[in-house]
Design a protein around this ligand. Sequence first.
Ligand SMILES: Nc1ncnc2c1ncn2[C@@H]1O[C@H](COP(=O)(O)OP(=O)(O)OP(=O)(O)O)[C@@H](O)[C@H]1O
Ligand SMILES: [Mg+2]
Length: 362
Amino acid sequence: MPIRQLRVSGVRNLHPLTCEPHPQVNFIYGANGSGKSSVLEAIALMAAGKSFRTSTLKNVLHHESDRLELSVAIEDPDLGTCELESLRLRSGDHLLKQNGSVLTSQAQAAHWLPVQIIEPNTFRLLAGSPEERRAFIDWGVFHVEHDFMEQWKTFRKQLKQRNAVLKQKEDEWLSVWNAGFLESAEVIDQQRRNYLKRFTPEFERILKLLDPHIEVTLAYYPGWEKQSSLADVLERQQERDMVLGYTQSGPHRAELRIRCGKLQAVEVLSRGQQKTVVAALKIAQGYLFQHESGRQPIYLVDDLASELDQSHRLALCQLLEDLKCQVFITSIEKEKLTDVWQPVASKVFHVEQGTIIEESSK
Ligand SMILES: Nc1ncnc2c1ncn2[C@@H]1O[C@H](COP(=O)(O)OP(=O)(O)OP(=O)(O)O)[C@@H](O)[C@H]1O
Ligand SMILES: [Mg+2]
C-alpha cells in the first residue's frame, strides 16, 4: 500500500511540498541540513503520531509556523485509495482525518501506514530501555492480530484498576481485580508469544543474509519469571506491590532479550554490527508482515551510509528491493546510494535548503 502523494507544510525547514513518490524505491539525497530526515520524519509522524527524532512535537513544527499539516494519499489494491490528513497546532491541538472524516485514534492511521524506520539512532533498539523492544514486538502483533489494540486497551484498564486498589491498600478487593487482570494478561502474552515464535526464524534467516558472522539469540521475557505462573507471582509479590502502590509484574514489563551467548548483544557488538542486527529485526518484521497480511510495509531508511560499509549497504538494499515494497532512502551523496544499488523501479529526489525536487531517474 504505497504512498502515492505526500503533502507537507510547517515541518522543520521544509518549504510546503507536494510530491508523488514512486511505489517502490525513492532515493532522497542532499547536503547536510537540507531537509532529508525531515521528509522522513513527516511520513513517520503521519504514521505513528510521533517523531523518531524528538519526543517534543513542537520541535518538528517550523520555527515561524503555527500549524503543521500533513497529507498522504495511499493506494491499497483491495481497499482503494485512502487519504489521511493530520493538522497540528502550536497550542498542541491535533486533528486526524481519513477521507475527510475525523479519526479518534492514531492506531486507525497506523493501520494504513505500516511504516518501519531504520535510521542512525536505530541501534537504540538494542541499547535502549525494554519499552522500545516491547514496542517493537507490539508493532508486529498489532499489524497481524486485528484485535490486539482492543486487548491491549482492556489490559491497560485492568492494570490501572489494580494499581488504584493497591494504592488505596484495599486488599480485600485485590482478588476481584486479579481475575480480570490475569485474564487479559494471558491474552496479550499469548499473542506476543505466538508472534515471536513465527518471527524468530525469519529474523535468523534475514540476519544470515545481511551478515553470516553475527550470532545473536532472541529470548522473550513475558514480564515475570518464566518458571512461575503470573497468578503465583502476583500472590508472592502482593505485599510488596501494596507497599509500592503498583504492579511489578505482568505484560507491561515484557521484554525481548537480544544476546550474544550469555551477554547482552549491545555489550559485545560493534556499532555497525548493532545497526545490522536492528536492520535484520526490522526487515524480518516487514517480511513476516507481508507474508501474513498480504499487505506491504513502507520503509524509511535515513542516512543509509552511516555506519554500514558497502557490502552491508548492498545486502540491506537487496533485501528491501526483494520485498517489492515502498522505500524512502536518504543519503548525503547520490552516489552512495546509486553506486551500490540500481533498482529498476525508482525515483530520485534532490533536497536543497528545504525544497524537494524530483530528478528524471534514468
Ligand atoms: N523547527 C525547525 N524550524 C525550522 N528549521 C528547523 C527546525 N528544526 C530543525 N531545523 C533545520 O532544518 C534543517 C533540516 O534538518 P534535517 O535534519 O532534515 O537535515 P538533513 O538533510 O537530514 O541533514 P543531515 O545530512 O545532516 O542529516 C536543518 O538545517 C535544521 O537546522
Ligand atoms: Mg538527516
